[in-house]
Design a protein around this ligand. Structure first.
Ligand SMILES: Nc1ncnc2c1ncn2[C@@H]1O[C@H](COP(=O)(O)OP(=O)(O)O)[C@@H](O)[C@H]1O
Ligand SMILES: O=C(CO)[C@@H](O)[C@H](O)COP(=O)(O)O
Length: 526
């Protein structure tokens, strides 16, 4: 990669579902280096699909922890080979797919403190993990633990008021409880637990675990006790997001040439990091179209409910963020692309351009895996008369998928109290935000303009911005001041005239049909 020597910078990392990515951002906030390692493609020996292993029960979903370690080795070696000047890195921070967890074995800390720079991390960390397959955010195997946790604290709403969410299967506390119950030896061998940010650099712990009291920012003793004994010592204490948690390990100094004083700023989840990367402001709405689809908002006051999540705000400790997560995001779009558009995004886009807004009244629900919001599984298609049909023509199928995905987002965001205002901007990010035709449908369904930033890797960029913010810690400089030079988002799509009228009626139908599908597919015991 050209032009990346002798330039003071911060690095931003993202350990997401399908890849590890890094960016370097200079003091003028220009991104001048970007790289990634894709798990399925670059590390085929781990045999992941979409970065994960789905187990036979269809509910358990894990990723091999050594795959992340190896990916970090590969990306650092690629940077070194390209001539990247590590000596200019002032600070780094990072993010990871949320909720997943890494289990360090007793003695691992000692190994981490005595790493030899002659060997790769994977050669030295192989025996450091008490659990080799880390549970990730796609896992939904902890329903029993969820119900136990809610019962302990006085119900789902009580848990949500305390931690920002009712119990969700993928949340780390419930995952730890399952490991403790099913594999107590492994739990007792565990020295520390870190949330994914694969902690060769440093872990991230906090919101999205069903363990942190979001108002006071301390662990809930009731939740810790309900999940597993001795958990507080294994987690350590939470710290404010912009804290400098230490200097980089001498391993990275000696092997790659980082300066010894390079600061490490606390890591966070990929969605909070994206909020920072897109410089979200109050009133804006962010839509991340990564492996998962997520929608998030900046909040001054938390309003924890039974749907959606409230997390701590990664750039302002007084404020919060609201988040909705949809599991059937990019991987579902890829399936329909492969089935209906000859595996080609350009054919897929052609279908979006050649079909009319509102799809002639045809509506679809496409949930090949159990959705989070709402809990529906299966594909359900309805014609303009609300009759369920078994198939659509290929181009109608594609529009039904994309319109359905965005209508669900709008309806559930409104359920959280969000309203599109005249000045609302939608900030889109993630892999599918490269697709202008998908963004056009987003603008039409929401009735608001869609903006993008220069890179779809907003979690990486946000991590680098947070590293700059960490450098300024102690001066009380607000995050907005730190990033004021960053390039403004670019307009990518504006609503088509007449779209509002088309979707006003369709959104109502979608909400009614969603309830119908939910009732029909609900298990008898529920
Ligand atoms: N042109 C495109 N149109 C639609 N989706 C795309 C396009 N290019 C990439 N994607 C989607 O982006 C996804 C990856 O997004 P990304 O944000 O990198 O994921 P993650 O951060 O979760 O690893 C892929 O699974 C792919 O489906
Ligand atoms: O579970 C959630 C949010 O609650 C997911 O959004 C994960 O954080 C995965 O992120 P991506 O890899 O899809 O960006």
């Amino acid at each position: 990669m050209a032009e990346h020597s002798a330039r003071h910078c911060c690095l931003g990392w993202d350990f997401s579902t399908q890849q590890v990515k890094v960016v370097a951002v200079d003091a003028e906030l220009n991104v001048f280096y970007e790289d990634s390692v894709h798990f399925d493609r670059d590390l085929p020996e781990f045999r992941t699909q979409g970065g994960v292993h789905v187990h036979e029960d269809g509910l358990t979903v894990t990723s091999p922890v050594l795959m992340w370690v190896q990916a970090l080795d590969i990306i650092l070696e690629k940077m070194k080979a390209s001539g990247f000047d590590f000596s200019q890195v002032l600070a780094l921070s990072g993010a990871g797919q949320q909720h997943g967890s890494v289990y360090w074995k007793a003695g691992a800390n000692q190994v981490l403190m005595s790493l030899t720079p002659d060997l790769l991390l994977r050669e030295q960390l192989q025996a450091c993990f008490s659990i080799s397959d880390s549970p990730v955010w796609m896992d939904s195997s902890t329903t029993a633990q969820c119900r136990q946790l809610e019962a302990t604290v006085g119900g789902a709403q009580a848990l949500s008021s305390l931690t920002g969410s009712r119990a969700y299967e993928r949340f780390t506390g419930n995952q730890i409880a399952k490991i403790y119950q099913k594999n107590p030896e492994a739990y007792s061998r565990t020295e520390s637990v870190s949330k994914i940010s694969v902690s060769c650099f440093l872990p991230s712990l906090g919101s999205g675990m069903n363990l942190l009291q979001i108002q006071d920012k301390v662990w809930s003793q009731a939740c810790l006790g309900a999940c597993a004994p001795g958990l507080e010592e294994k987690l350590g204490q939470p710290v404010p997001s912009c804290s400098v948690v230490g200097a980089i390990s001498s391993y990275f100094v000696q092997r790659y040439g980082f300066p010894a004083g390079c600061k490490v700023v606390a890591f966070t989840g990929d969605n909070p990091a994206s909020l920072a990367g897109m410089r979200l402001e109050e009133g804006d709405i962010a839509v991340s179209l990564g492996t998962s689809d997520t929608l998030f908002l900046w909040l001054q006051e938390p309003m924890p409910a039974l749907e959606g999540h409230i997390f701590c705000n990664p750039v302002d400790p007084q404020h919060y963020m609201a988040l909705l997560c949809f599991k059937n995001g990019s991987l579902m779009r890829e399936k329909i692309r492969d089935e209906s558009a000859s595996r080609s995004w350009s054919e897929f886009s052609k279908a979006l351009r050649s079909t009319e807004l509102g799809n002639g009244g045809n509506l679809g629900f496409y949930f090949d895996v159990m959705e989070i919001t709402p809990e529906i599984i299966g594909r359900h298609r309805f014609n303009a008369e609300n009759h369920e049909v078994s198939a659509f023509p290929w181009d109608v199928e594609i529009r039904a998928l994309i319109e359905g995905q965005f209508m669900a987002k709008k309806i559930h965001a409104e359920g959280l109290g969000y309203r599109v205002m005249p000045k609302t901007k939608i900030l889109a990010t993630g892999g599918a935000s490269h697709n202008k035709d998908i963004l056009q449908v987003l603008a039409d369904v929401f009735g608001a303009p869609v903006y993008v930033i220069d890179t779809a890797n907003s979690a990486c960029v946000g991590s680098a911005y947070r590293a700059f913010h960490g450098l300024a810690a102690g001066t009380n400089m607000p995050f907005s001041e730190v990033v004021k030079l960053a390039p403004n988002p670019r307009l990518a799509a504006t609503p088509t005239p007449g779209a509002f009228q088309v979707y006003e009626a369709l959104l109502q139908r979608y909400a009614v049909l969603e309830q119908r599908v939910l009732t029909q597919t609900r298990r008898p015991s529920e």
